[in-house]
Design a protein around this ligand. Structure first.
Ligand code: BT5
Length: 270
């Protein structure tokens, strides 16, 4: 595919939308610092639920704990969704799992096996393909919005990766051996996202949690979880996620509930 024709301009995205609200309102920019920051500001200005904020490149794309997320021009999908959920704010963090499952379903459709690493990455082996950052904006005593930021490495060749991530990142194009039309792939993500989100609003997160278990590369593995906040570390076997989305780790008889952290899978014998 000719790169020049792979645009994510609103009119191109709209061609591929099969949704009621998701992506129907698009805030596009060629370059911004971070679509999550823009989305937070737009949420405060009352942007409607399902609004899509998308950029060709981000100068200061963010991960968790203010980590940097590389988002070079034309190589990926760097976008945020503004959501105003009907469900309680305590359920909002599960939007990370919902987003991961929506992207995973779209990947499966194009023949790339998704491996979700708890809580917010989609991987191929030990290389990252997708990162997700969910943030909350409180708008009043009871009103709140959720910003779900998603970064997908779509059309990177090996040499396109920055030195800092070239050993830990991969792309859909590298796996497939061909470029992927970003607007079309985005349309499929939004379609799955809307369906799962509507279901979560009416029936809860049961289906999201089940699909997450199906796509998980973390469950039933021996893992190490490091909590970068306080540098604590636990090791054990990931046995399940609970109703809140927390990871349940069996540390040898004792089940510990992990709410945040970075997971690495341990090789046998470690
Ligand atoms: C994440 O954080 O992976 C969340 C990334 C969310 C990015 C989206 S893009 C649209 C929206 N706007 C934003 O500003 N952010 C969201 P975390 O799990 O903390 O991982 C961050 C780490 O991933 C970095 O420290 C790097 O090691 C690695 N990394 C950075 N850029 C990457 C990339 N393009 N591909 C793979 N790994 C990357």
């Amino acid at each position: 595919m000719n790169e020049l024709f792979d645009t994510i301009l609103p009119e191109t995205i709209k061609k591929y939308l099969q949704t009621k609200t998701f992506g129907q309102k698009i805030f596009y920019s060629e370059e911004t610092k971070s679509t999550n920051i823009d989305a937070k500001n737009l949420a405060k200005e009352n942007a409607s639920s399902g609004s899509l904020v998308i950029a060709e490149t981000q100068g200061a794309g963010r991960g968790r704990l203010e980590r940097k997320f590389f988002s070079p021009k034309g190589k990926g999908l760097w976008f945020s969704l503004i959501l105003r959920p009907k469900f309680d704010i305590k359920d909002a963090p599960k939007c990370t799992l919902l987003a991961a499952v929506a992207v995973a379903a779209a990947m499966e459709e194009i023949g790339v096996k998704p491996e979700i690493k708890w809580p917010n990455d989609i991987m191929r082996g030990d290389k990252k393909l997708v990162g997700i950052l969910t943030e909350l904006v409180t708008l009043g005593a009871k009103d709140y919005a959720v910003i779900v930021g998603i970064g997908v490495n779509v059309n990177f060749a090996e040499e396109d990766f920055h030195e800092d991530i070239k050993n830990i990142a991969t792309s859909l194009a590298i796996i497939k051996g061909e470029n992927i039309e970003r607007a079309k792939f985005l349309g499929r993500i939004l379609c799955y996202f809307e369906k799962l989100y509507e279901k979560a609003e009416t029936e809860g997160f049961g289906e999201v949690l089940n699909l997450w278990r199906k796509y998980s590369a973390t469950l039933n593995k021996n893992i190490r979880v490091i909590n970068a906040g306080d540098n604590s570390e636990i090791t054990g076997r990931a046995v399940d996620i609970d109703e809140s989305g927390a990871l349940m780790v069996d540390t040898g008889g004792k089940i510990i509930k992990v709410l945040a952290g970075d997971v690495s899978v341990r090789e046998m014998g470690n």
